[in-house]
Ligand binder design. Structure first.
Ligand SMILES: NC(=O)c1ccc[n+]([C@@H]2O[C@H](COP(=O)([O-])OP(=O)(O)OC[C@H]3O[C@@H](n4cnc5c(N)ncnc54)[C@H](OP(=O)(O)O)[C@@H]3O)[C@@H](O)[C@H]2O)c1
Length: 337
């Protein structure tokens, strides 16, 4: 368990100073980014990893919640092994549906509780060729991977629990209301295994690389997602689902070319020639679990919410985030050599 103690900074003024912000998924990509952003916060923050609380164990989770008694939960933990989930259905649902439902139930029933949960474009089953809105129907379930189904089940459980709690407390003062945010994102990269790191490693080893060119999405930085999660939690923004991705859209192939060119310019030794990064169709590269062809999430709702809460940073484009990430990654790996 990592716990910070009362560092001098920040808002979260509405919080009871004795009750911590509790973060699950400490060692994941978003979890590590959250540690960085919550480092200097004034209220106590507790980060839990699998060894502190295995989310498969419902009673362990309940006792952690009752003992720590958090007012804010940020759930960055998830079963994210998309292909493995196809044969590990029960575990995927335990981590992606049941555990978040227990967290949501805890927070939904306290005054001014806040729950931030991360979700995915995999809840959509290629029913559209344009950007998905938050209000678009999810599924159909039979077109989703088990991972997608389990994340969707998590979303539905959270919404149901909060809607019921709100209904039961409708006589209460609005400023005591509890709130939730489900941040759907796509193609994430941070401090962990991800597409960009794999591609950069292969660029140093291979003479030729085939990359899927007919799946479209938006690469998203884990650091930015962590920041968005904290901003939403601190704000008075309305509860609900928000699509959290930067501007722009791209194929895996274009992302691979961009990342490798950027890495070469930053000084990485690249064996692979750009012309030898060959575009292929997803059908030529079958994987155990189906992946969406269209992962484009419309983010206008989030953009508007961030403007309303006076967040002055310019809304990012995937390109500037990937460029900064690759530059930092190359700089760090050159230092190690
Ligand atoms: N990565 C993407 O491309 C992507 C895209 C869209 C949405 N998302 C969503 O974004 C969120 C964060 O993703 P991420 O990439 O940061 O995930 P990640 O790096 O895979 O981290 C997930 C964390 O969950 C923890 N976890 C898994 N099973 C657990 C269990 N039984 N008990 C306790 N902890 C457990 C893992 O612990 P260990 O470290 O011990 O394994 C890991 O630290 C997730 O909700 C994911 O669904 C991710």
């Amino acid at each position: 368990m990592i716990a910070n103690q009362y560092m001098p900074y920040s808002s979260f003024e509405f919080l009871d100073q004795k009750r911590p912000i509790l973060v699950f998924g400490r060692d994941g990509q978003v979890g590590k980014a959250l540690q960085k952003y919550l480092k200097n916060i004034q209220v106590p923050t507790v980060f839990l990893g699998r060894s502190d609380c295995d989310l498969e164990d419902e009673s362990a989770l309940r006792s952690v919640l009752n003992n720590l008694y958090p007012q804010v939960i940020i759930n960055a933990a998830a079963y994210t092994a998309v292909d493995k989930a196809e044969r590990d259905r029960e575990l995927a649902f335990a981590i992606n549906e049941k555990a978040p439902a227990i967290m949501a139930h805890f927070i939904a029933n306290i005054a001014r509780g806040i729950f931030v949960h991360y979700s995915t474009d995999y809840v959509f089953g290629d029913t559209k060729h344009t950007d998905y809105l938050e209000t678009d129907p999810t599924g159909p379930v039979d077109k989703l991977s088990v991972y997608g189904q389990s994340k969707l089940a998590g979303e539905l459980a959270i919404e149901k629990i909060f809607n019921l709690a709100l209904h039961l407390r409708r006589q209460q003062r609005a400023d005591l209301f509890t709130r939730y945010f489900i941040l759907r994102t796509s193609w994430m990269y941070g401090d962990g295994d991800n597409f960009i790191r794999t591609i950069l490693r292969l660029a140093g080893e291979c003479n030729e690389l085939k990359v899927v060119a007919d799946q479209i999405g938006v690469p998203t930085s884990a650091e930015w997602l962590a920041k968005v999660g904290i901003l939403m939690a601190e704000s008075s923004v309305e509860s609900g689902i928000y699509h959290a991705v930067p501007d722009g859209k791209i194929s895996w192939h274009t992302l691979a070319v961009y990342a490798i060119k950027t890495a070469a310019m930053a000084g990485k030794r690249v064996k692979l020639k750009i012309d030898n990064i060959l575009p292929v169709s997803a059908a030529e590269y079958p994987l155990t679990a189906p992946r969406p062809y269209n992962s484009r999430l419309n983010h206008q709702k989030l953009k508007k919410a961030l403007e309303e809460i006076g967040f002055t940073d310019q809304y990012p484009h995937w390109q500037e985030q990937v460029q900064a990430y690759v530059n930092d990654y190359v700089k760090a790996s050159l230092k190690i050599q």
